[in-house]
Design a protein around this ligand. Structure first.
Ligand code: NAP
Length: 282
């Protein structure tokens, strides 16, 4: 069999960021200001801290402003909502990112839904999801949108393909399914209560791993020529799909790292720039 095509998220994300950087330098000259991304981090989860720092570094590299608001683990939902409302009202803030997951006792959905639609650059509020589900223009959840951009870049036609998405979280599996449905794929969204996952996967033309369990999706569960999209990122630099063995069976795959991860950040920055351009047209 031919060697599989690597869906190179690192390369594509660099291209997207290069374009953003150029646009920001133009905006700086034109308006004397640039977009500002506010990131809210609640608690001290080490992985979340790393992700937030990566996003801040990326903003700085492109000439975009960033503002970090760190709140303690014991923060109440009410306190978080007040912080988000202040950011909503702050004229200097272009986009708001609430780092997921927040501590369990916080009502994360209510917090996401407090973010103004025009500042929801992470595409997480219910309005954005509703628009997305209707195929209308909206900010998109960054990870699934990053995957869609990779699919487009590599000219993968989803029409008529049987796609099995493993996971149904509101930030990943669920919007991913809606986006692929919009491209006329036949989508099966699976979850922890799904029966016969293996037999569903064995029929799939394209598998999205969004389950949050290291190398959970086994190569024996894949048919030859399958397209593998691994959104997972787990300790030890492995995704949710057993890529080591899956590579010999697939036609295309996203590597871990260097596949979906870098695309997530690129989309966040792109959508922050888009929010700025909507606010300051021309
Ligand atoms: P999550 O909120 O924990 O959701 C996991 C989903 O997997 C749930 O819908 C769950 O089903 C389902 N699931 C659990 N066990 C299953 C099983 N045995 N069979 C089928 N489905 C099962 O996770 P998430 O936030 O969506 O993240 C998923 C993965 O993507 C993680 O590895 C995460 O690190 C990664 N991720 C990466 C990025 C990035 O930038 N690259 C961004 C976000 C997430 P139920 O709904 O029934 O519980």
């Amino acid at each position: 069999m031919k060697s599989p095509v690597i869906l190179d998220g690192k390369k594509l994300s660099e291209k997207i960021k290069e374009d953003i950087k150029k646009e920001i330098s133009i905006l700086q000259k034109k308006f004397g200001k640039v977009p500002t991304l506010a990131t809210v981090l609640v608690g001290s989860d080490p992985s979340s801290k790393v992700y937030v720092q990566m996003k801040i570094n990326a903003c700085q590299k492109l000439g975009m402003n960033s503002k970090l608001i760190e709140l303690p683990e014991k923060t109440s939902t009410e306190k978080l909502l007040i912080t988000l409302e202040e950011l909503n009202e702050d004229e200097n803030i272009t986009g708001i990112l609430l780092q997921h997951p927040v501590p369990k006792k916080i009502d994360e959905r209510l917090a996401f839904d407090t973010i103004l639609n025009e500042k929801d650059v992470d595409g997480v509020n219910s309005h954005s999801f509703g628009k997305l589900s209707m195929g209308e223009r909206s900010f998109k959840p960054c990870t699934p949108e990053g995957i869609m951009l990779l699919i487009e870049e590599y000219k993968i036609n989803l029409e008529g393909k049987l796609v099995v998405v493993v996971g149904r979280s509101p930030i990943l599996g669920k919007p991913m399914s809606m986006m692929m449905l919009e491209k006329n794929a036949t989508v099966v969204m699976t979850h922890s209560k799904t029966k016969n996952l293996k037999s569903l996967l064995q029929q799939a033309d394209l598998i999205v791993g969004a389950v949050g369990k290291p190398e959970y999706i086994k190569s024996e569960w894949m048919k030859d020529g399958v397209i593998l999209i691994d959104a997972g990122y787990n300790k030890g630099n492995v995704g949710d799909i057993d890529l080591k063995n899956g590579i010999s069976k697939c036609s295309h795959y996203t590597p871990v790292p260097g596949g979906v991860g870098p695309m997530t950040i690129a989309v966040l920055l792109k959508q922050t720039l888009d929010a700025f351009k909507i606010k300051f047209p021309n």
